[in-house]
Design a protein. Structure first.
Length: 368
C-alpha cells in the first residue's frame, strides 16, 4: 500500500468515526454538508454507506432528511448534466436521504426529485420505496432522470426493475433506447413479455406502436378466449390429432377417457369476433397455439404464460394476458376452483365472455 493510499484510509477511518458519533439525523445533515466540499467528497463517498446504514433510517429523521435534501438539491441538478452521467453525489447518500423522507412520510419538494437514487441490484427494493413516496405524476420523470446517471451497462436493468412501479410510455421509451448495451435487444423484449404476463399495464404498453410510444396511448387490442369441448380419443378429427401431436399420448397415458379431463381447448377470437387461433393446453398450463384451423404453430404456453421467444412480443403479451384474464374471471365466478395435484388453479369450466386488457390478473393462483 502506498503512502497516499494509507493516508486516504486513515482520513476515511477518522471521518467514519466522527460521523458515527453523531445522532442519525445530525449525521445525515453532516454527510450532506461534507458532500458539497470537493476536498472531502471523495473520502465521504468511500465511507458513506457504512456511516448511514439503511436499516437505521426511520421516521425520526424526517426533518433532518429534509434539511439534507435542500442542501443536496443544487448539486443534484449538476448531476443531471449530460457531462456528469455518473453523478457527483454518492448514491448511498442519495438513498439514505430519500429513504429518510419516505419513511417519515415527509412532503417531497419537486426540486428534490433529482435526488432519487438508482440501484439495479440488491437495493432495488429501497429504491422502489423511495419512488412510492413521490406523487404518481412525477415518478416517470424522476426515474428517467436517475437513469441518466446510471452507467449504460446498468441502465437497462434499473429501468426494467422500476417499469412495474411506473408503467408509463416515457419510461418504456427510455428503456428501449438503452437496449443492446448490456445484452441483445431481443432479450429485453423477452423480459418485457414476461413482465406483461403478470402486469396488465405493461402488456397494454407493449401493444402500442413503438413509433408512437410517448404519445397518448390508444386503447389496446383485445383477444377473447372461449373454452370448447375436448372429445374422446375415438371422436377426434384428423386436424385436432395433428395439433395435439405428442400431447395425445401423454394425456391418454392412464386411458383414453382421460383426454377430455387432461386437455383444455380454446378458440381465440379477435376484436371483430374472428376465430384467429386454436389453443390446446395439457393440464391447463402447457401447450401450443396454432393459426385457426391449421397446424402452423405461432406460440407456446408454458406454466400459464407464453414461453419466451416462442412468439413476437406483442402477440405473446396479448395471448398471455387474455388467458390470465379468462382464468381470473373464471375464478371470480366459481365458488370453488378446481386444482391440479400441486395445488395450482387450472379449472377452466365455462365461457366468461369478452375480456379486456387492463384488469388485474395474477400469473398463477394457488388454492387456499
Amino acid at each position: 500500500m502506498t503512502h497516499a493510499m494509507e493516508d486516504a484510509a486513515l482520513r476515511q477511518a477518522e471521518l467514519l468515526a466522527s460521523l458515527r458519533a453523531l445522532p442519525l439525523g445530525e449525521r445525515l445533515v453532516a454527510a450532506a454538508t461534507l458532500s458539497l466540499d470537493p476536498a472531502r467528497a471523495s473520502d465521504l463517498a468511500a465511507i458513506v454507506g457504512a456511516a448511514l446504514p439503511l436499516e437505521e433510517i426511520d421516521a425520526t429523521v424526517g426533518d433532518a432528511a429534509a434539511r439534507a435534501a435542500e442542501l443536496l438539491a443544487s448539486r443534484a441538478r449538476d448531476d443531471a448534466s449530460p457531462t456528469t452521467r455518473r453523478g457527483v453525489l454518492p448514491e448511498s447518500l442519495r438513498l439514505a436521504v430519500f429513504l429518510g423522507l419516505a419513511r417519515a412520510n415527509a412532503p417531497i419538494e419537486r426540486s428534490w426529485d433529482l435526488l432519487l437514487p438508482y440501484d439495479a441490484g440488491a437495493r432495488l427494493a429501497q429504491v422502489r420505496e423511495c419512488l412510492e413516496a413521490l406523487p404518481a405524476t412525477r415518478r416517470a420523470a424522476a426515474v428517467i432522470g436517475a437513469a441518466e446517471r446510471v452507467h449504460p451497462a446498468w441502465a437497462e436493468s434499473y429501468l426494467l426493475g422500476l417499469l412495474v412501479e411506473v408503467p408509463e410510455a416515457p419510461v418504456l421509451k427510455a428503456l428501449r433506447r438503452r437496449a443492446g448495451v448490456a445484452r441483445p435487444k431481443h432479450a429485453l423484449e423477452q423480459s418485457l413479455v414476461s413482465l406483461a404476463a403478470e402486469h396488465p399495464a405493461i402488456a397494454a404498453l407493449l401493444t402500442l406502436d413503438p413509433k408512437k410510444v410517448g404519445r397518448a396511448p390508444r386503447p389496446p387490442a383485445r383477444l377473447t378466449f372461449t373454452k370448447i369441448a375436448t372429445p374422446r380419443v375415438q371422436e377426434l378429427d384428423p386436424l385436432v390429432r395433428r395439433q395435439l401431436g405428442a400431447m395425445l399420448e401423454t394425456a391418454t397415458r392412464d386411458g383414453d377417457d382421460e383426454l377430455p379431463r387432461r386437455i383444455d381447448r380454446f378458440e381465440v377470437r379477435d376484436e371483430k369476433g374472428r376465430h384467429v387461433y386454436d389453443v390446446l393446453l395439457l393440464s391447463g398450463d402447457d401447450g401450443p397455439v396454432y393459426r385457426a384451423g391449421t397446424t402452423r404453430r405461432v406460440a407456446y404456453f408454458a406454466q400459464g404464460g407464453v414461453e419466451d421467444g416462442s412468439a413476437p412480443p406483442k402477440l405473446a403479451a396479448a395471448l398471455t394476458l387474455a388467458m390470465h384474464e379468462w382464468r381470473s374471471d373464471r375464478a371470480a365466478r366459481s365458488p370453488r376452483a378446481s386444482t391440479s395435484d400441486d395445488g395450482c388453479v387450472i379449472g377452466l369450466t365455462h365461457d366468461p365472455g369478452p375480456n379486456r386488457f387492463g384488469a388485474p390478473s395474477p400469473n398463477s393462483r394457488r388454492a387456499p
